[in-house]
Design a protein around this ligand. Structure first.
Ligand SMILES: [Zn+2]
Length: 558
């Protein structure tokens, strides 16, 4: 509904008006930016000072630096929308006409926005647009001719970030004195003020675009991602970027990541070898094995190597082997001084999502995703079989309580209560887990659901996840399988690593759990705190509510 139509009080949908003459301008000749088309901005407390239920244009005061920051976004070709809860309309504190006068004043001071999306409802209305519901974000994306995953939303409270994540958009929190500490802890991306948020949006956007096109075609590129399935999956977009600029891509992975490597598009050949400086449970260094690996890498004749790592891993030991194997062009992220081991020493600030971190390294090596290949996790279509027929229709909820790292697993008693609550709410629940998690999955499924513990390898799990309505899972591989299938995630996220780096990427997500628990940022594999408090406090009703927010309805429900 456009804002210049009436009547807000009679409508269930959010109000929209757009400046259609501007939408889409500025993107004619240049390739589409890799990450974002649009920036969505909360109004009160983000663009202008929060004056509760303001209907008076004279009281509009932009936050410091707002005009210049917005103009930077406009100059970069990004479209802008305002997404704002205005329950004062429902409550009769001001009229639609007064609100439009306020918005006219905002545009007078801050310049034109391409769309305004307003939720006129109150919490009691149960609409799908009042933040933290994702309706305004979806509406803005539609109005701007893009998708939510190509939008980033800037807001000052947890509701704003939650709405963004529930739509699959990125969310930046710019706290004010009224922002609650737990909202700040839960946000994956926090900026000190609006200009800083804008600076970081533009920096991330530029970081994944090569500054210069590759000087010569790469014949064989060696890409490296050791460690586990999740690590390999989140590197997928960067590997596709390299594949777009190389004739042949060889992936070196470890045994823990091999099954995921088989699923990645763009990979022509896989070499599996454990790297003792990466593996979390390393064996002793075997000089003979290392010599063998070096010889095998040398035989590839690769003319470029791109070594992907997590922020706590070092690329340098492998870079030395690659040098000894005769590879001339080596790129990696390294804070440690690399001497002559790297040709491209790339650096990335903390907090950047792992897929973007890897894409920025690919960009530094001269590669970008081609137009039409979105920077989302993806699996090879031909590698995932149909799911078993005995699981019934699509739309079930996959509950995956376990994790290779127990610190990131959902406590079995919590998972059991979640299974019961989901079943009571009309959801069909499939409980999945590895062969050694069978005791837990049996116990959880006994409370409601079908026990698939031990029945699936990674590929089988990918097949089941692909047809799910949602996946309820901790910070572990299956969360990234869900992201790769575009399936919404209820993330029971232990904060041992930053959510902003490891949260489900570009897929509708609700984050649950205590983000400020003492395990925060410890990277602990087993919970260092008695009682696993980050996840043990999750109430099953929160999961039921999260599925409602994600518009996942119970299988046979109303
Ligand atoms: Zn609404």
């Amino acid at each position: 509904m456009r804002q210049d139509q009436e009547d807000p009080y009679q409508r269930r949908s959010a109000q929209v008006y757009a400046a259609a003459d501007r939408a889409g301008s500025g993107s004619v000749a240049s390739p589409r930016p890799v990450l974002y088309d649009a920036v969505l901005l909360d109004r009160d407390g983000t663009l202008i000072e929060d004056v509760p239920y303001n209907g008076d244009p004279e009281k509009v005061r932009p936050v410091p630096g707002a005009r210049a920051a917005l103009d930077r976004l406009r100059a970069a070709g990004l479209r802008l929308a305002v997404v704002t809860n205005q329950s004062g309309l429902a409550r009769g504190y001001f009229t639609g006409e007064q609100m439009r006068a306020v918005h006219a004043r905002v545009e007078e001071l801050l310049g034109r926005f391409d769309a305004w999306l307003v939720c006129p409802h109150d919490d009691a209305d149960g609409c799908d647009c009042r933040k933290p519901a994702p309706g305004l974000v979806h509406g803005a994306a539609r109005e701007l001719g893009t998708t939510a995953s190509r939008c980033v939303l800037v807001g000052d409270i947890g509701r704003d970030v939650s709405a963004a994540l529930a739509a699959g958009a990125a969310g930046v929190l710019v706290p004010t004195p009224v922002t609650r500490p737990e909202e700040i802890a839960a946000a994956g991306w926090v900026a000190t003020d609006l200009p800083a948020a804008v600076g970081e949006i533009l920096r991330r956007q530029l970081a994944v675009q090569p500054s210069a096109p590759p000087t010569e075609r790469v014949r064989t590129a060696l890409v490296v991602r050791s460690d586990s399935a999740g690590d390999v999956l989140v590197t997928g977009p960067a590997i596709r970027a390299v594949a777009a600029g190389a004739e042949r891509v060889v992936l070196l992975c470890g045994p823990r990541g091999r099954a995921a490597a088989n699923l990645l598009p763009g990979v022509d050949e896989i070499i599996e070898h454990p790297l003792p400086w990466i593996d979390p449970l390393p064996g002793p260094v075997d000089p003979e094995a290392i010599r063998g690996l070096t010889a095998r890498l040398g035989a590839l004749g690769a003319d470029q190597a791109v070594v992907f790592t997590s922020f706590h891993q070092s690329a340098l030991p492998l870079a030395l082997l690659l040098r000894m194997a005769g590879i001339d062009r080596i790129a990696a992220i390294s804070d440690d001084y690399p001497g002559s081991l790297l040709d491209i020493r790339h650096r990335v600030p903390v907090g950047v999502p792992e897929p973007e971190r890897a894409l920025s390294l690919a960009a530094a090596a001269g590669h970008r995703l081609p137009d039409g290949d979105e920077p989302v996790l993806r699996l090879r279509r031909d590698a995932v079989p149909p799911r078993p027929a005995d699981l019934g229709d699509p739309g079930y909820v996959v509950l995956h309580p376990g994790s290779a790292a127990s610190s990131r697993a959902c406590p079995p008693e919590v998972a059991t209560r979640i299974a019961g609550a989901l079943t009571d709410a009309g959801h069909r629940v499939l409980v999945t887990g590895s062969p050694d998690e069978r005791a837990i999955t049996a116990r959880v499924a006994a409370a409601g659901g079908t026990d698939l513990g031990g029945r699936t390898d990674l590929v089988g799990l990918a097949a089941i996840v692909a047809d799910a309505g949602a996946v309820v899972v901790g910070n572990t591989g299956p969360a990234h399988l869900a992201a790769a299938a575009g399936v919404p995630v209820v993330s029971l996220f232990a904060p041992t690593v930053p959510f902003g780096q490891w949260g489900p990427y570009r897929v509708p997500t609700v984050r649950l759990g205590d983000a400020a628990a003492p395990c925060r940022d410890t990277r602990a594999a087993s919970c260092p705190v008695t009682g696993h408090p980050c996840l043990s406090g999750i109430e099953p009703d929160e999961v039921v509510d999260a599925l409602r927010t994600l518009a996942v309805s119970g299988g046979g429900g109303p």
